[in-house]
Ligand binder design. Structure first.
Ligand code: BGC
Length: 417
């Protein structure tokens, strides 16, 4: 008995000696579950480990963060918020408005974030003038990822310039027996395509009117009907098994020479890189035809929640680590996105990353930088989800474009505050 007590006391002190890192730990809720995403997340884990901060992983799969936000809701309601949460645009504002988030102002001031984070991102990282999140990247949705070998076979060494050229390419791919358009039928993926289609169909001013200002006339216009016609066109180029497929498995179809192209945000590049593929050699990246010069962006930010004691210390260390220029370069090279600071050199980025950085800077200067509707940067969650429903119902049925447009108008009208 005495011996056992002694043994357990010794064991307890051994644990106390070997596990000091337990105190310094961050619990992170995120939806980065694909191979490329996990590789990028590792860059962050290792950075923090190097500072003696442990990582408690809380993955919740599902693009656009819808499922992650549901899990977050129950954690916060139980009074047990994670340290940091991957979040997009308007969701950040909603959580901050509830008073659930930490205040990062002292750190932001010391590190000079106001000067280096683009205004388009600060609009989401700050609430009521207070920093509540560290932006880790800038992604954008109006991209096409193409298999270089297949495009070569079809006679394309340059990207198609117009919507008509793009459709001609898809036709050729289909007639050669390839899956022309690799796609996963999930609402957020359909909506991701819709971002690029609306932008290509109506141009930047139309996109802003319809998707950002939620103007009923623009939403109900003939231009929007044409956008739905184009969604119907694209539906004709996906394979029979597309329904429910995860986006990274659609990327894999392009990577493995089974499909010609995928329309997806630049997180898809993370999958190509993770598979050892090189831009210009194995794959091509270009903007959705008709949208060069325009960017529909989304930025992943780590929102810091109110936590007490030693967790708050690790939390600030994480907020700081995420914003370091060296980290922003190392992370985004792997993730497929571009830095959330304007002062990070493009040296370590591949051709698609360099193009992403250039496109972003140019679009921002010319007023052609717009928030992605599909990824929470054009409108709050209620509107985004209303649009998801209409776009995905149209894509998966015989609904006419006329009906889709009138449903879109009323769904968005009903979801607006
Ligand atoms: C996020 C990306 C992520 C993608 C797919 C987007 O909403 O911004 O970081 O890779 O979803 O999971």
């Amino acid at each position: 008995m005495k011996y056992n007590l002694l043994k357990s006391t010794m064991l307890a002190s051994a644990i106390a000696v070997t596990l000091p890192a337990q105190a310094a730990e961050v619990e992170v809720l995120h939806w980065w579950t694909s191979g490329g995403e996990a590789a990028a997340l590792n860059v962050l884990k290792q950075d923090l480990e190097g500072q003696g901060i442990g990582w408690k992983d809380m993955p919740v799969a599902g693009g656009g963060g819808t499922e992650a936000m549901t899990v977050l809701r129950s954690r916060v309601q139980a009074g047990n918020a994670p340290t940091a949460v991957q979040m997009l645009g308007f969701d950040i504002q909603d959580w901050a408005a509830e008073g659930a988030t930490a205040n990062l102002n002292p750190l932001a001031k010391k590190e000079g974030w106001d000067k280096v984070v683009p205004a388009a991102l600060q609009r989401f990282s700050k609430h009521g003038g207070n920093w509540v999140a560290s932006p880790v990247n800038v992604h954008s949705t109006n991209w096409v990822w193409a298999n270089k070998k297949i495009l070569g076979e079809l006679g394309y060494d340059q990207p198609p310039a117009s919507w008509g050229d793009f459709i001609a390419l898809l036709d050729k791919a289909k007639s050669k027996g390839y899956t022309a358009l690799a796609h996963g039928g999930q609402a957020w993926q359909d909506a991701t395509i819709f971002d690029g289609v609306v932008l290509s169909t109506g141009g930047p001013y139309f996109y802003k009117k319809a998707m950002v200002e939620l103007d009923s006339e623009a939403l109900g216009s003939d231009t929007m009907k044409t956008a739905f016609d184009r969604m119907r066109q694209l539906r004709g180029y996906v394979d029979a098994n597309f329904s429910g497929r995860d986006w990274n498995l659609a990327s894999a179809m392009v990577i493995e020479n089974k499909a010609a192209v995928q329309i997806m945000g630049d997180w898809a590049k993370g999958e190509f890189i993770n598979a050892g593929k090189k831009p210009g050699e194995d794959f091509m990246c270009f903007r959705v035809p008709g949208t060069q010069g325009m960017v529909t962006f989304n930025s992943d930010q780590f929102v810091m929640f109110k936590v007490g004691g030693s967790s708050a210390k690790s939390q600030m260390a994480m907020a700081k680590a995420v914003m370091s220029p060296k980290f922003q370069s190392a992370f985004n090279v792997v993730k497929g996105s571009v830095p959330a600071r304007t002062d990070v050199p493009n040296t370590d980025f591949d051709a698609c990353g360099k193009k992403g950085m250039k496109d972003l800077a140019e679009a921002s200067a010319s007023g052609m930088l717009m928030g992605s509707m599909a990824h929470g940067h054009a409108a709050p969650a209620a509107v985004k989800n209303a649009l998801y429903d209409v776009v995905t119902n149209h894509f998966n049925s015989n609904m006419s474009s006329t009906d889709a447009v009138s449903q879109l108008v009323s769904a968005i009208e009903g979801a607006k505050d």
